[in-house]
Design a protein around this ligand. Structure first.
Ligand code: C2E
Ligand code: CA
Ligand code: CA
Length: 697
């Protein structure tokens, strides 16, 4: 069973005496119990199994039950079950696709003990931070519970110090009406400090008494790092027995538990694939980036090094790929020994390079001119062969002014310099740092006029349908070929435009370009191809976004079904409800919606069912590793789930025939990438489409 769930159960156990029993049982399609875990409060496991027996082991019902599971279209279902001599139970049955196999997860909630005052509330770790909609859901549950039962039930999470970011409405009212200013401040202050040692629990008891409630139930919310970031809290009266709350509450509780469970399961699957690199079994680059971002938030500084084994390709050529992987593992071990500090990080960067963070001051390092120790440089023994490796190192400072993205870029830059120098070499990134910042300033100065003067144009990259191998649509990608700077990468200028508030204008210009093209083709009697346009969060959430789109559609007599709006995956996290509202509006207009770069960022499969996108684009980073079985499995899982939700799946960055074949085999619907075509100037893309038309005539 997933570790999160086990932790979660442990935590609930420690909290005290929950008047509710939860049994988690995982079964497979033959009703074989794969795993079980239960929360022992009043009942024994024996009793829960007894309940299960009734569900599972009686042959007649077994068939029925199996049928129920197989037939259901929904991801989860609930069965309320009452036996004569027993109190009602609520069974949540949930199917969890564990990679390729399906397993079912039963969560059995047995009644709350009516003698116990206090309620049990469930929660778990940092998932809450990631899931905005989850938060909304909880708030709704709180409100509903309160309206029914005259309790104050709240879910709060505090992120920084003692500032509450979210608390339910009723709790705010409660606080303002019943608590004096002084008490309130005390409360807030305690939240910050108290969450750490759970002293808040005592305080809430006190507040409950002060305000005419007899008791409170308090449950902190932890992150994976065991940091308390919020809590569930209920103020209630003692005469309120649990039975009064029973039915509704159990149902709501079931929802919470279900949601948490589902999210954590998916999260874990993806996490496992992300945090370790399965080829070499080393921490992955994604994990490194995430951790470094956390360090940045904590204000840690240091240096980032990229260490590359110069003769790597020779080693692979001579002794095979496993030898190369072994070399990387050994190098990793040596470097880990070198920097045993707690805050050091080392991960796989590429197949031949590692990336490292060391919490050391850059200036100090520069003065010491520290080189890699002889230990690290010593020969390696790979499968009994002695090999000598020349190490190339690029080092860049990581400080308050540098983003994770930039520091890696700078270290790579330094590495490139190191590689131009003969022999083992360490290159420090220094003056060029300023050059780059200077360049950004210069680019920014020109960007605005570039947008106005239409220096920025669009290239089209086709997306091919797998079923007939033909162009299904194209994606418009912004291109800036500047008289001063030459070709500027969109990765660079899009970020600049976003930061400078210019992205909306840029994208409107791209949209006009697209509509002009479609209109021209219409006049010429040529095939109209749907065009995907990338939309940045700033633009997407702009109050005039839909209005502007409508205006352009009318102006160019464009057919909305030929417009695809691509948004990146972590979009919804800003504001889930608004995102969904906008997506629905787009779809009502007849515009196709696509979720871009899926799988990076805050990916979670559960996230998918909350939005109604028409298309999902699997990020290139997955496609690059699609020859690895672990990646294949997760991509297949994504495709299967997307298909269940009636989305088309496009693979991005397909470069080889092998990748294409694998993707075909796992039922990917569309392909985009250099294998078929690079992004092309508009007239070339037009020709490509026309030629195809000719052929098929
Ligand atoms: P994206 O939306 O993920 O676009 C795909 C990127 O992958 C493009 O990079 C494309 O040239 C590249 N690509 C496509 N197939 C392959 C392949 O087989 N191998 C490799 N290595 N790369 C491939 P490009 O054109 O440099 O654009 C980079 C990013 O800039 C885009 O990523 C998108 O996020 C952003 N961008 C471009 N135009 C716009 C725009 O108008 N608005 C916004 N918001 N972002 C844009
Ligand atoms: Ca895109
Ligand atoms: Ca993409």
């Amino acid at each position: 069973m997933g570790k999160t769930i086990v932790n979660y159960i442990e935590r609930i156990k420690n909290i005290g005496n929950p008047p509710l029993q939860i049994t988690f049982i995982m079964i497979d399609e033959t009703f074989h119990i794969v795993d079980e875990e239960h929360l022992d409060s009043h009942q024994t496991l024996q009793q829960s199994l007894h309940i299960l027996e009734h569900f599972i082991l009686q042959p007649a019902e077994q068939q029925q039950f199996l049928q129920m599971i197989i037939n259901k279209t929904d991801d989860s279902m609930k069965v309320r079950y009452k036996r004569q001599d027993q109190s009602p139970i609520c069974v949540q049955i949930q199917s969890v696709p564990i990679l390729l196999e399906k397993q079912y997860y039963l969560i059995i909630l047995t009644p709350l003990d009516s003698n116990t005052s206090g309620l049990f509330t469930a929660t778990t770790n940092d998932i809450i931070i990631l899931e905005t909609s989850f938060e909304n859901k909880i708030q709704k549950i709180c409100t509903e519970m309160e309206s029914l039962h005259d309790v104050v039930m709240t879910f709060t999470y505090t992120k920084e110090e003692s500032v509450p970011l979210i608390t339910s409405r009723s709790f705010q009212d409660f606080e303002t009406s019943m608590i004096t200013e002084e008490e309130r401040n005390q409360h807030l202050q305690m939240q910050g400090e108290g969450l750490k040692d759970l002293a808040l629990h005592q305080l809430t008891k006190y507040f409950a008494q002060q305000n005419g409630y007899d008791g409170s139930y308090f449950l902190p919310i932890y992150t994976k790092e065991q940091e308390a970031i919020g809590y569930f809290l209920i103020y209630m009266n003692a005469e309120r027995t649990i039975e009064m709350l029973d039915g509704r509450f159990q149902e709501k509780l079931t929802q919470i538990v279900q949601l948490l469970d589902k999210i954590s399961m998916y999260e874990q699957q993806i996490e496992a694939l992300k945090t370790t690199d399965h080829v070499v079994n080393l921490p992955s680059y994604d994990e490194f980036v995430q951790q470094l971002k956390r360090f940045k938030q904590q204000g840690k500084i240091g240096v980032v090094k990229i260490i590359k084994a110069g003769e790597f390709s020779n080693v692979v050529g001579l002794y095979g790929r496993p030898a190369g992987e072994e070399l990387l593992r050994q190098l990793w071990q040596r470097l880990s020994k070198e920097s045993a500090s707690e805050d050091s990080l080392i991960a796989r960067f590429t197949s031949s390079a590692l990336i490292m963070f060391t919490p050391i001051d850059f200036q100090t390092l520069l003065h010491q001119q520290t080189k890699l120790s002889d230990d690290v440089k010593d020969s390696f023994f790979i499968f009994d062969q002695q090999v000598h490796i020349t190490l190339k190192v690029g080092i860049a400072p990581f400080d308050a002014n540098t983003t994770v993205h930039d520091v890696v870029r700078f270290a790579e830059y330094a590495l490139a310099k190191a590689r131009q120098i003969h022999g083992a070499h360490t290159e420090f990134y220094t003056s060029r740092y300023d050059d780059i910042l200077g360049r950004e300033m210069m680019l920014l100065n020109h960007l605005k006029s570039a947008i106005q003067n239409k220096e920025i144009t669009a290239y089209f990259q086709p997306k091919y349908a797998v079923y007939n191998g033909k162009i299904a649509s194209v994606e418009a990608l912004a291109r800036w070929i500047s008289p001063e700077f030459g070709f500027v990468s969109p990765v660079e200028f899009i970020a600049l435009a976003e930061n400078a508030g210019l992205i909306k204008d840029l994208e409107l210009h791209i949209l006009e370009t697209v509509f002009t093209w479609q209109q021209q083709r219409q006049y010429d009697g040529k095939r109209i191809v749907p065009v995907a346009v990338n939309v940045s969060p700033d633009h997407f959430y702009h109050p005039h976004f839909i209005q502007n789109l409508k205006h352009l559609l009318t102006k160019y007599y464009a057919d909305p079904k030929y417009v695809i709006i691509e948004v990146t995956e972590n979009m919804g996290l800003f504001d889930f409800e608004r995102a969904n509202e906008i997506i629905n509006k787009l779809q009502t207009l007849g515009i196709v919606t696509s979720i871009d770069d899926f799988g990076v960022g805050y990916s979670s499969l559960s996230y998918l069912q909350k939005f109604s996108f028409n298309e999902l684009k699997i990020d290139r980073s997955f496609i690059m590793k699609i020859d690895e079985l672990a990646t294949q499995k997760i991509v297949k899982a994504i495709i299967d789930i997307a298909h269940t939700l009636e989305m088309d799946v496009i693979a991005e960055g397909v470069e080889t025939k092998e990748q294409l074949e694998i993707l075909k085999a796992i039922r990917c619907d569309g392909i985009q990438g250099y294998y078929y075509s690079k992004p092309l100037p508009i007239d070339q893309a037009s020709k490509l489409i026309d030629v195809e038309r000719e052929k098929s005539k």
